[in-house]
Design a binder for this molecule. Structure first.
Ligand code: AMP
Ligand code: ZN
Length: 153
């Protein structure tokens, strides 16, 4: 029996539309490209100028990304935001990641949306918000801190 094969994250998924865009197998309107990420116009914009920032390596979800790749993608956001806002004349921007089906993610290759916003645009925001009752807030804080390893036990 040979040595066990190390399990490594594949850098591209042959069935993934964003991997195909990264590899140039299907066209995209690129506005910025680095060695690790690419930004291109969303083909079905919420508002014209809607741009996607996509790490070149295939990771389905934000939580899967190595910190260094997340940092790199994040480092592109301020410059892109300035350019998109100036180019569109938008009054503001939403920068969001849909993470998982329940959150509206349809393409399982992690990406950031940058969406120009205008005072009178038809986008439905904010989402409905709720309240914590009793000790629900402190319980939630505890659970998340525990998952982060920020509290003992
Ligand atoms: P999400 O729902 O967060 O996974 O976002 C996927 C986004 O990719 C959607 O906003 C789509 O409009 C966009 N999209 C899908 N195919 C393409 C494509 N070929 N080029 C550019 N954007 C695309
Ligand atoms: Zn992919």
């Amino acid at each position: 029996m040979g040595e066990p094969t190390a399990v490594t994250q594949p850098s591209h998924d042959p069935h993934c539309i964003f991997c195909k865009i990264v590899l140039g197998e299907i066209p995209s309107a690129r506005v910025l490209e680095t060695d690790q990420a690419v930004a291109f116009l969303d083909i079905h914009p919420v508002i014209p100028g809607h741009t996607l920032v996509v790490p070149k390596a295939h990771y389905a979800h934000l939580g899967d990304l190595p910190d260094s790749l997340a940092s790199h993608a994040g480092s592109l956001l301020p410059r892109l935001c300035r350019a998109i806002q100036a180019a569109t004349g938008a009054a503001g921007l939403n920068v969001i990641v849909n993470n998982g089906r329940a959150a509206g993610q349809t393409i399982d290759h992690c990406h950031w949306h940058i969406i120009p916003r205008f005072d009178d645009d038809p986008v439905n925001w904010p989402w409905p918000q709720g309240e914590y009752l009793g000790d629900e807030l402190s319980q939630m804080r505890f659970r998340i801190e525990r998952e982060l390893g920020e509290v003992p036990g």
